[in-house]
Design a protein around this ligand. Structure first.
Ligand code: KG4
Ligand code: ZN
Length: 343
């Protein structure tokens, strides 16, 4: 089955064609980062207008790279939320129009859960279907979410824990901003933290109680900020590597501790999957490998950590495989004024 994926939930316009949920035939991502940089964050109105001018080109490029025409595709999968409403509307409306024109099913999917499928891309199809990896303990660690799910099959996702304040990636971005780095700050923090191999600054141990099954990053962010502000301005530059490394270790310590709690629980996960922008961090991958040496770790290729449409196409495929394409055909039954339901 060939699925065309469309993603426009934040500041990336993306389209991809994926075969059988795991084989990427094409993946095109157009980032708007440069457009938003002068403002220090994503401006929703600019994002929506950029999606509007790019989406046709990006979808055409994805079809061309895959050597296909729209008529060759079996279904279209689109990120329907969460995200910026104006941006989502561009992708959803475009996908809706294409599906209507080609008379093929439209599969709306959740963007955050979509990240999980980024880690399944490239796996042999049978690995996923044969259930050898299930139950999967799946962590989506991105700029907006720190969500931990248990998956008993490729389409079941039960939320176990989520962030109650700043998400992990958001904390990386805010700490990076404090140090004077531009958005997204995660890669900069990773780079500078890797240069520090000596003693770490003690950070508060977040969500230390086992019974607290949530993630929290605002306390850690504030602790970094307080250390920064207490340091004389002329000494701050030389403090950055140590403070970045101390922050990063504390941020990942919370993730490892939380995974351990669920790993040792009655859920009996067989594998651990980490997805989303922060999954690109090599220190996180190294810590997971050290802490869970005998467990299959599913980590996305760097190209599928941050927002992309291949993960959206893959999620659409697994939904269609489970339910069949028929339930999604009714999504084509719109008049041009019909409402689109966002989750
Ligand atoms: O998944 P994503 O592209 O967007 C959301 O859906 O939020 O994630 C972006 C987040 C940003 O906060 C960015 O700083 C973080 O992922 N990130 C990283 C790294 N690369 C991206 N955080 C830590 N280390 C990295 N190497
Ligand atoms: Zn995302």
């Amino acid at each position: 089955m060939l699925v065309l994926g469309i993603e426009s939930s934040c500041d990336e316009t993306a389209a991809a064609v994926v075969e059988s949920g795991v084989r990427v035939l094409s993946s095109v991502v157009s980032s708007q980062i440069e457009k938003h940089k002068p403002f220090g964050g994503v401006i929703p109105e600019i994002a929506a207008r950029e999606h509007l001018s790019n989406i046709g080109l990006i979808v055409n490029e994805a079809l061309r790279d895959a050597g296909l025409k729209l008529a060759d595709v079996d279904a279209i999968s689109v990120a329907q939320g969460p995200g910026l409403i104006g941006s989502l509307l561009v992708g959803a409306s475009f996908a809706k129009g294409l599906a209507f024109k080609a008379d093929i099913p439209l599969i709306p999917v959740n963007h955050v859960i979509g990240h999980i499928y980024g880690a399944l891309l490239g796996l042999a199809d049978q690995d996923v279907i044969s259930k050898e990896i299930f139950p999967v303990l799946a962590l989506v660690v991105s700029g907006g979410h720190t969500n931990l799910y248990i998956m008993n099959s490729s389409v079941e996702h039960r939320l176990l824990a989520h962030s109650v304040d700043d998400a992990c990636g958001e904390a990386f971005d805010k700490v990076a901003k404090l140090f004077g780095y531009s958005y997204p700050g995660g890669p900069e923090i990773e780079r500078v933290a890797a240069t520090w191999q000596k003693e770490l600054i003690k950070m508060p141990k977040m969500v230390a109680k086992k019974s607290d099954l949530f993630f929290s990053y605002s306390g850690l962010k504030t602790a970094v900020m307080n250390t920064w502000l207490k340091t004389a301005p002329e000494s701050r530059g030389s403090l950055i590597p140590q403070l970045a490394a101390s922050f990063q270790e504390a941020a990942f310590d919370q993730i490892i501790r939380k995974i351990k709690i669920f790993f040792e629980s009655s859920l009996t996960p067989k594998s651990i999957l980490v997805a989303g922008g922060v999954a690109a961090n090599k220190r996180l991958a190294a810590l997971l490998k050290t802490e869970f040496p005998n467990t299959q770790l599913l980590l996305p290729h760097p190209a599928y950590c941050s927002d992309n449409a291949a993960m959206i196409a893959s999620y659409g495929y697994f939904l269609a495989k489970e339910k069949g394409l028929e339930p999604f055909r009714k999504n084509n039954d719109w008049s041009c004024f019909s409402r689109y339901v966002f989750q």
